[in-house]
Ligand binder design. Structure first.
Ligand code: SAM
Length: 299
């Protein structure tokens, strides 16, 4: 891990998040994906001097950087070093309902550029991809040991083109020489898609994303959070979720719509302005959906 100053993660849709969470003084929020604390810091500033944030983060190095960055806020911030699937359990332990919950899914600039865990196809690093060391399986383990059918399932779920043939190809490749680093995987993907029908970068991004989703159980975690979080919202409390790909966005859209505890406030997702995308290209695929906890179930 390098020093904090080297990582700048610009919070996505920041003004929109503050607006939809209706941030002001005397409120309590949960940030389920603290990262380097961009959104949390802004909530604490806008809600000064009384608003409190309970923040979840499971990446060990990120936690250290965030703690340092947020140290001036004292007991207005409580950092909980856990998976966000434990939000409900932790808030029940605290004995509180909250005014809003934010999930900003996807990768932080730190994970991508500074974690050394192989999230980027532009850097040659070990094929790890675990956001948290509490996770058991690395991307390398999955690539080198999972059956062809399992690899096919992972690639198909990730909407990777020609998933079946790619799984077969990867299994053949690994028999000759196991995958060790990201660049081993990059060259296999390039070889398989030659000549590429889609942009090569998009293909690489899709395969890396499919593996990352599997390693980190991202869809399972999101499903559980979507099911449990409405229970810890105060009446009229807000649930704000920012996703970066359609697999997650679909889950959020459906869960919000089908949940009798929630009223959907964004029929269409909120997306960043052109100006934001120009300033922060990482924001380009962001979609934000917001739901509100009904006063009473089903009303
Ligand atoms: C896109 S970043 C959040 C950036 C943050 N909103 C900011 O403005 O700095 C997502 C963060 O959530 C963390 N994360 C992802 N899944 C998680 C989970 N299931 N539990 C806890 N943290 C998670 C990642 O480690 C990463 O640091």
């Amino acid at each position: 891990m390098r020093e904090e100053g080297l990582y700048h993660h610009e919070p996505v849709l920041l003004e929109e998040v503050l607006y939809w969470l209706r941030v002001e003084r005397d409120k309590i929020y949960v940030d389920g994906t603290l990262g380097l604390g961009g959104h949390t810091k802004a909530i604490l500033e806008r809600g000064a001097p009384t608003t409190k944030v309970y923040a979840f983060e499971w990446n060990e190095d990120t936690l250290q950087l965030a703690r340092e960055r947020l140290k001036d806020y004292g007991d207005r911030i409580k950092i909980i070093p856990k998976n966000f699937i434990y939000i409900k359990a932790e808030m029940e332990k605290e004995g509180i309902l909250v005014d809003g919950v934010l999930l900003d899914l996807g990768l932080s600039s730190f994970l991508l550029e500074g974690s050394g865990r192989g999230f980027s196809f532009q850097k040659d690093e070990p094929l790890d991809m675990r956001m948290s060391l509490e996770l058991e399986l690395t991307a390398g383990h999955i690539l080198n040991t999972f059956s062809e059918e399992e690899l096919r399932r992972i690639l198909t779920n990730g909407e990777v083109p020609k998933a079946k043939a790619l799984a077969q190809f990867l299994v053949k490749k690994r028999k000759r020489s196991p995958f060790k680093t990201t660049f081993d995987l990059v060259s296999a993907i390039k070889e398989f898609y030659r000549p590429p029908k889609k942009k090569e970068k998009d293909l690489l991004a899709l395969v890396f994303q499919a593996l990352r989703i599997e390693v980190n159980k991202e869809l399972e975690n999101l499903k559980r959070a979507l099911k449990e979080i409405p229970d810890i919202l105060k009446p009229c409390g807000r649930f704000v979720v920012i996703t970066f790909h359609s697999l997650e966005d679909r889950l959020v859209k459906r869960a919000f719509k089908e949940d009798p505890r929630l009223l959907v406030l964004t029929k269409k997702p909120i997306v960043p302005s052109l100006e934001e995308v120009r300033r922060n290209p990482r924001a380009r695929s962001a979609k934000m959906r917001v739901a509100e906890r009904r006063e009473f179930n089903g009303r």
